[in-house]
Ligand binder design. Sequence first.
Ligand SMILES: Cc1cc2nc3c(=O)[nH]c(=O)nc-3n(C[C@H](O)[C@H](O)[C@H](O)COP(=O)(O)O)c2cc1C
Length: 136
Amino acid sequence: MPLHRAIYVSDAVGGAATSLLVLAEILGASDRNNRRDGLTGVLMRHDDRFLQAIEGRRVDVDRLMDRLRLDPRHENLRLLSDQNVAERLFREWPMTLVEMTPNAARVLNGAGLDQLSPDRAEALLTTAASALPIPA
Ligand SMILES: Cc1cc2nc3c(=O)[nH]c(=O)nc-3n(C[C@H](O)[C@H](O)[C@H](O)COP(=O)(O)O)c2cc1C
């Protein structure tokens, strides 16, 4: 089955930037829907930015991206990477929140965001995910 991975950054709107409840709602829906759709990935939040990787069948990734573009909890969604890939990087997680790393914080804070290459974005997220326990 051909696999696809999209990585994007967006700006959180209102409570999404600070509210644990909003974050829990997002992760709850993500877990439910992504299991249904065979999607996996990770989400990182820093101040008012989201960085997310989503992988699965192209049609499912595209459908989720369409829903994400309409979601008022964030805006200004910029695709960093959108490509066919050989394998999943985040196969253990339908969607999980990863901790900010110092490197990622520097990038997500500053002007560096505009020069964030697909490889670097991927590296930031895989490094953060490597700190997660693998679910049983
Ligand atoms: C930063 C962010 C990340 C999200 N990630 C996902 C996701 O991985 N999967 C998902 O189904 N919805 C995700 N959502 C929510 C979708 O935008 C949308 O609200 C949801 O898919 C609608 O599903 P529902 O009809 O089951 O409520 C995310 C929203 C935000 C703001």
